[in-house]
Design a protein around this ligand. Structure first.
Ligand SMILES: Nc1ncnc2c1ncn2[C@@H]1O[C@H](COP(=O)(O)OP(=O)(O)O)[C@@H](O)[C@H]1O
Ligand SMILES: [Mg+2]
Ligand SMILES: [Zn+2]
Length: 321
């Protein structure tokens, strides 16, 4: 409620002149207007601007500090005519959009730096950068299809990210399975490279390096780092886990992989997985010897909900070289 007589200046009894003579009866918080006759002709009182729509004077807002007005820099107050108000709102909206874009760019850049720090030395080096769509030769119909699916995925990636206030994207990931040497890693890297080249942060790592990076942070001192690494795996716009099922499974690898995949599932974040195994083989590979497959099945269940699948075929590229 305005005008309750509460002293909001926090200067009760300090002898500061009362600011309660501001603009249009709105005396709160010591605001004053350069149109106030008390300031007319004082040095430093800003000249009024003229409203481009109605010709009225637009004054500048100020605040009283130690008995003198401090004028706000930048533009004078909006005119209260309809066109003036509308113009002001439009400019405010533009400035806000600019601020948001700037903040998003800063957040993206920070995300890219963190992704690079985590994955930097483990596979996303020179060789990774050379695995692109351009260097993937599609000779057979199967390869052409594989390449087309992967390219379409990369091209439409931004649409696959969850967005605040919009329904969750369905199936926004890929599982690429098939025998050794059929270009699975190459294609996962090609997608990652394409998305990265557009400024989006990506982590593309083998299961081994991905888990290794968490273990590396495993020490009393590395605790914060471990959490940061896990958080990145959960939040980076694209996580690609190369060669899932290749490492020897332990309780820890299983629960850690489940935690990462489930967190991305909950957030509807895109995930790419490559594997040499089919679904049943993969569940077996992910489960430690003699343990039951409940958790591995849960991983497969998540993957089936999150990902489209592509099965690569044909002869091994490696064998041809
Ligand atoms: N269609 C292709 N065109 C060009 N290079 C390929 C193609 N398929 C595979 N390669 C290359 O052959 C090697 C093995 O492929 P890779 O992607 O590692 O196979 P996978 O991950 O399926 O075992 C890599 O050096 C890769 O760049
Ligand atoms: Mg591979
Ligand atoms: Zn006006």
């Amino acid at each position: 409620m305005a005008g309750t007589g509460r002293d909001r200046t926090g200067c009760r009894g300090s002898g500061t002149p009362s600011p309660d003579t501001g603009t249009e009866g709105r005396a709160d918080r010591g605001r004053v207007s350069s149109g106030d006759p008390r300031f007319a002709g004082s040095p430093g009182t800003p000249e009024p601007a003229i409203c481009a729509f109605c010709g009225a004077e637009r004054h500048t807002e100020g605040r009283i500090l130690l008995g003198a007005p401090i004028w706000r820099r930048g533009s004078p107050m909006p005119c209260q005519c309809p066109e003036g108000k509308a113009d002001w709102l439009r400019m405010e909206a533009e400035a806000e959009a600019e601020r948001l874009a700037w903040r998003k760019e800063a957040a993206d850049a920070a995300m890219r730096r963190r992704a690079r720090r985590i994955a930097g030395e483990s596979g996303m080096g020179e060789r990774f950068l050379q695995r692109t769509f351009r260097t993937f030769e599609a000779e057979t119909a199967e390869q052409r299809k594989f390449k087309a699916v992967a390219q379409a995925y990369a091209r439409t990636f931004d649409d696959r990210l969850p967005k605040r206030g919009e329904p969750l994207p369905g199936r926004n990931g890929l599982v690429i399975s098939g025998t050794k040497g059929t270009g699975k890693t190459h294609m996962a890297a090609a997608i990652a490279n394409e998305i990265m080249s557009r400024g989006t942060a990506v982590i593309c790592m083998t299961e081994r390096n991905l888990l290794g990076r968490i273990k590396q942070a495993y020490s009393p001192a590395g605790r914060a780092d471990e959490n940061a690494v896990r958080a990145m795996y959960e939040r980076v716009p694209l996580l690609a886990i190369d060669d899932l099922g290749k490492e020897k499974a332990t309780e820890w690898t299983l629960s850690t992989l489940y935690a990462i995949i489930d967190a991305r599932y909950e957030r509807a974040m895109p995930l790419i997985v490559t594997t040499n195994y089919g679904a049943r083989g993969l569940a077996e590979r992910l489960t430690p010897k003699g343990e039951d497959k409940t958790t591995a099945d849960a991983i497969l269940d998540r993957l089936s909900e999150m990902c489209e699948s592509i099965v690569t075929g044909g002869e091994s590229w490696r064998a041809r070289q």
